[in-house]
Write a protein that binds this ligand. Structure first.
Ligand SMILES: C[S@@+](CC[C@H](N)C(=O)[O-])C[C@H]1O[C@@H](n2cnc3c(N)ncnc32)[C@H](O)[C@@H]1O
Length: 237
């Protein structure tokens, strides 16, 4: 097995993803799937999510250039209404899937806007899908979905990541999430029999992600309930 494979495959690495990606060879990943920081000032511990508009737009261009190289441009990126335009300006040919129309949000007096979530993807799926989102809740119904949060301020629903992985990849494919947080993409990949690489810049979230992954090995819902650990994608389906 090449060095980079034993170092990264089925692991989450503590690093800045821009540094880690330089170690991944061209065309070696089947799908980038991620819910990146949205530059809305969330406190992620190590990372503060507060770049200038120019810096954020440059980050998107840097990410795209690495993702084009390592995954032949195959991406599925979860985004909010605030920043979709910045991403779409770079991913000009991407398809946009609206996840869920949200409510009208009052950001300050006399300033209301319609909030919604999108997935930007360059992939086609040969799998039939109807409404993927009906039972996943988003802002407008309260920022709420019925899953444990593991102490992370912006966790992505496991169900959503599972569905996207299912739509845009096949068993045994290698999935890369550069912004792994508390490990949702890795857990979904394991449950769906994909290999994964993850990167996370904050040691506390990484620690939680590793515990979550270890617990995913408990084989039945009853095992998980007995061990007092959170349930999985299949338990929740
Ligand atoms: C929206 S959250 C992802 C949540 C994740 N999908 C989950 O369910 O836990 C974005 C994450 O990116 C991490 N992050 C920010 N900048 C990073 C970087 N340059 N490299 C790696 N991780 C980074 C943050 O610490 C945060 O946990």
């Amino acid at each position: 097995m090449p060095d980079w494979e034993s170092k990264f495959i089925n692991k989450i690495v503590l690093n800045n993803c821009l540094d880690l990606m330089r170690e991944i060879p061209d065309g070696s990943v089947d799908l980038i799937i991620t819910d990146p920081p949205w530059n809305v000032g969330k406190d992620y511990g190590t990372y503060k999510d507060d770049l200038s508009k120019k810096e954020y737009q440059q980050l998107i261009r840097d990410l795209k250039s690495e993702w084009d190289r390592i995954a032949n441009g195959r991406v599925a990126i979860v985004l909010g209404s605030e920043i979709l335009k910045d991403w779409w300006d770079v991913y000009v040919d991407a398809k946009i899937i609206i996840v869920k129309l949200g409510a009208i949000v009052l950001t300050r007096k006399n300033n209301m806007h319609l909030q919604w979530k999108a997935v930007v993807t360059t992939c086609n799926s040969n799998k039939f899908t109807t409404d993927n989102w009906e039972d996943i809740r988003w802002p407008g119904e309260g920022y709420y979905f019925d899953e444990p949060r593991y102490g992370h301020p912006a966790m992505t629903p496991l169900k959503l990541m599972g569905r996207l992985i299912n739509l845009f990849s096949n068993e045994n494919d290698l999935i890369f999430d550069p912004y792994m947080g508390v490990g949702t993409t890795a857990v979904a990949a394991m449950l769906l029999k994909r290999r994964y690489i993850g990167c996370e810049i904050d040691a506390k979230y990484l620690d939680t992600a590793r515990k979550r992954i270890a617990n995913t090995g408990l084989t039945t819902k009853e095992d998980r309930l007995d061990a007092g650990v959170p349930l999985t994608f299949e338990d929740l389906a």
